[in-house]
Design a protein around this ligand. Structure first.
Ligand SMILES: [Fe+2]
Length: 384
């Protein structure tokens, strides 16, 4: 560390705390938004969150509520057509990762020609898009803090990413009160997605001083708060801890990227429609057990950040504690333990491994341990 020039990227403005959405109108005004396109999903509208968010906005607001879970890139065409028809000059992304990712990509497509598929990969978008205000309603994806978004390609059911500095939202509003209504299963799976981001970024080969600061605090916050947020969804400090952990996880992966958990989870999600958070949560301890020998010192520190006592332990034992601690956390919040619990056919495990290694090379490049197809099969076999 410190021998190369590293890059740090983060939103221009972040408001965080209970009631943060009250700052929304002021931010819209500062950004010159007069016709605001709000991209969200039907669940957010049904939960009354959308109404709460738009109540305080003085500009005209047009709501696109057609975002689906694990969206296909084809959905973006609909978002863009809507924003153009309404003459929008600013975009709000409200929701979990899907809502925010669709808003981020649609905003960019408002100022770039061509198709979404032209921009899969890194740094291929020529122009900045409309400005985006991101408002998460779950505490997990950290999409509000990342210059990337992920979509399913319906032709081959592979998840594909777009990465560009122009995708990073200008403003993020982190309001824990918006997450009060999150169900226990969603609190659990999205919270573990955040932990996956923080841990993958922390052990990434591209980790930097700045990503470490974000990742360490994210891991600590999740160790302190996820069980309480799960147990009592109306606990403000636990919900605040989790929405900050999610944001910091996003900050960390914006710099350091993710790793093998995400490579495998993207294939699981693409092929078998397993929700992103569930796939990550389930696979995290198995991949940690595999990766551990690649960076035992960092795993020992993860154990400590999660609240384990590791003083005086050997690196070998202390690093094992990180894996055990995540297993225990998964158990406490009822994350499914095995792939068979998700009704994944056993004979598809090999194909998941092959596809993950084939399509996940960009993610796997920063994984702390090189993973072959055979090893991926082995990890998934244990997880099965
Ligand atoms: Fe993720």
């Amino acid at each position: 560390m410190g021998e190369t020039v590293d890059k740090f990227i983060c939103n221009r403005v972040v408001h965080h705390g209970p009631g943060a959405i009250e700052r929304l109108d002021g931010e819209i005004h500062k950004l010159g938004g007069t016709r605001v396109g709000l991209i969200t999903d039907p669940g957010v509208v049904k939960a009354g969150i959308c109404k709460r968010v738009i109540e305080g906005i003085n500009a005209e607001v047009f709501i696109f509520e057609g975002v689906e879970p694990e969206p296909s890139y084809e959905l973006i065409d609909g978002c863009v057509a809507f924003l153009k028809e309404k003459g929008c000059d600013l975009v709000i992304g409200l929701g979990g990762g899907s809502g925010m990712d669709c808003a981020k990509m649609a905003a960019v497509m408002m100022k770039n020609t061509g198709k979404v598929t032209d921009y899969f990969g890194a740094d291929r978008i020529p122009n900045p898009g409309l400005q985006v205000i991101a408002i998460p309603t779950t505490a997990g994806t950290g999409s509000e803090a990342t210059p990337a978004c992920v979509f399913v390609d319906p032709k081959d059911r592979v998840k594909k990413g777009v990465r560009s500095d122009f995708i990073l939202p200008e403003v993020a509003l982190l309001d824990p009160l918006l997450t009060f209504g999150l169900s226990q299963p969603l609190t659990a799976s999205t919270g573990m997605d955040a932990l996956t981001h923080a841990i993958e970024a922390y052990v990434s080969l591209r980790a930097t001083l700045m990503s470490d600061i974000a990742a360490e605090q994210s891991i600590r916050l999740i160790g302190d708060h996820l069980r309480v947020a799960y147990s009592n969804g109306n606990n403000v400090s636990a919900r605040y801890g989790m929405i900050m952990a999610s944001f910091l996880g996003g900050v960390a992966i914006a710099v350091a990227g993710v790793g093998a958990v995400h490579a495998l989870a993207h294939t699981l999600g693409g092929m078998h429609r397993v929700p992103h958070g569930v796939a990550n949560a389930l696979l995290l301890p198995y991949v940690m057990a595999f990766n551990r020998i690649g960076c035992r010192d960092r795993f020992a520190r993860i154990a400590s950040l999660l609240g384990e006592h590791v003083e005086g332990l050997s690196l070998e034992v202390a690093s094992q504690r990180a894996v055990e601690s995540v297993e225990k956390l998964n158990q406490d919040i009822y994350i499914p333990r095995h792939l068979r619990d998700l009704k994944i056919p056993e004979d598809s495990v090999d194909l998941i491994a092959e596809r993950s290694i084939e399509t996940g090379q960009r993610l796997l490049a920063t994984n702390p341990r090189v993973i072959s197809v055979e090893e991926a099969k082995e990890v998934l076999g244990i997880a099965y």
